[in-house]
Design a protein around this ligand. Structure first.
Ligand SMILES: NC(=O)c1ccc[n+]([C@@H]2O[C@H](COP(=O)([O-])OP(=O)(O)OC[C@H]3O[C@@H](n4cnc5c(N)ncnc54)[C@H](OP(=O)(O)O)[C@@H]3O)[C@@H](O)[C@H]2O)c1
Length: 288
């Protein structure tokens, strides 16, 4: 639903709504690109406690908002409360991007597509036949959907709470009939078994941001595999650093953040700005 920003004379607003939101790099990235392009837009952080999204979306429908991003803890509620939603949002049950047109809110999810753009930008391509997904939250769902639509044939989902891994597999397998899903827990033995022969391992839990991985079987990760952590830290997460030291190609979540932002920006404005431009601003903000 891209289109031109409305021209009432006042700038249109974009937002990231979350709780907390003060750590978000999205305002720096989007306002940096907006300034470069000289667009009449401004991107604001909105710290909104859980349970208030309905009121906020009503304001968004009626005021001068072009759209925005949604982050923890509002992604699932945003998917349900939007007026329309993309296939990715239908499949994942979570939205990270909202687009406002004619007083209606359309929900999109650019996390999974941004993840694949980031891997491609890293020279890894977009096709990974066998994937192990660690974590089963909203981000894991978006990534599983994009991998499945890009040709992945097997996805083993491992999660601390294995029931949630099974829920992810049950929700996505009818929509991705060519993908074979399995679900399990995060015990070292399960992990070791799953990562044998995997083309890609994706770290989608919040470990690395809150807490660290204990007992990750680093030595069992084959050097032919690739490892993508969607959490980011200046200098890479501890897992990324340890795997690189072992000779396993590994990337953290900053390129994904930049590429999902580029995709959201294109949905709001119709302007396709390379993800690398957003990545440059994010790195500067983190002093990398
Ligand atoms: N780079 C990017 O652009 C990007 C985009 C989106 C998200 N992220 C990051 O990705 C992470 C996950 O996001 P999300 O939206 O999927 O969150 P979410 O829906 O809250 O899911 C959190 C996931 O982390 C797991 N987890 C939490 N604490 C754990 C622990 N101590 N040990 C093992 N597993 C644990 C949860 O397992 P249980 O189900 O067992 O609780 C669940 O699988 C967050 O850190 C977020 O910042 C990055």
């Amino acid at each position: 639903m891209p289109g031109a920003p409305r021209r009432s004379g006042d700038p249109s607003l974009l937002f990231v709504v979350g709780h907390p939101v003060s750590h978000s790099l999205s305002p720096a990235m989007h306002n940096g690109i907006i300034a470069r392009l000289g667009l009449p837009l401004y991107y604001v952080p909105v710290d909104l406690p859980p349970g208030r999204l309905g009121n906020f979306l009503q304001v968004v429908r009626e005021a001068n908002f072009l759209g925005g991003n949604v982050t923890i803890p509002h992604k699932e509620e945003a998917a349900g409360m939007a007026d329309t939603r993309s296939d990715a949002v239908e499949a994942c049950g979570a939205a990270n991007t909202l687009v406002v047109r004619g007083g209606r809110v359309h929900a999109e999810n650019t996390d999974g597509a941004g993840f694949l753009d980031a891997l491609e930008g890293n020279g890894w391509g977009r096709r990974f036949p066998r994937v192990v997904l660690l974590g089963a939250g909203g981000a894991a769902r978006g990534i599983a959907w994009s991998l499945g639509t890009a040709g992945t044939r097997r996805i083993d989902v491992l999660n601390r709470n294995p029931r949630r891994a099974a829920d992810l597999a049950a929700a996505l397998s009818p929509r991705l009939p060519r993908v074979s899903f399995s679900a399990g827990d995060l015990r070292p033995a399960t992990l070791r078994e799953a990562i044998r022969g995997a083309d890609l391992i994706v770290q989608c839990t919040s470990l690395g941001l809150r807490g660290e991985w204990e007992n990750f079987p680093i030595k069992d990760v084959e050097k032919t595999a690739r490892f993508a952590d969607i959490v980011y830290r200046a200098g890479g997460t501890a897992l990324v650093r340890r795997l690189r030291a072992r000779g396993v190609p590994a990337v953290d979540g900053l390129p994904m953040l930049a590429h999902q932002a580029a995709r959201s920006f294109a949905l709001w404005t119709g302007r396709k700005i390379p993800g690398e431009a957003f990545l440059g601003i994010a790195k500067k903000a983190l002093k990398i």
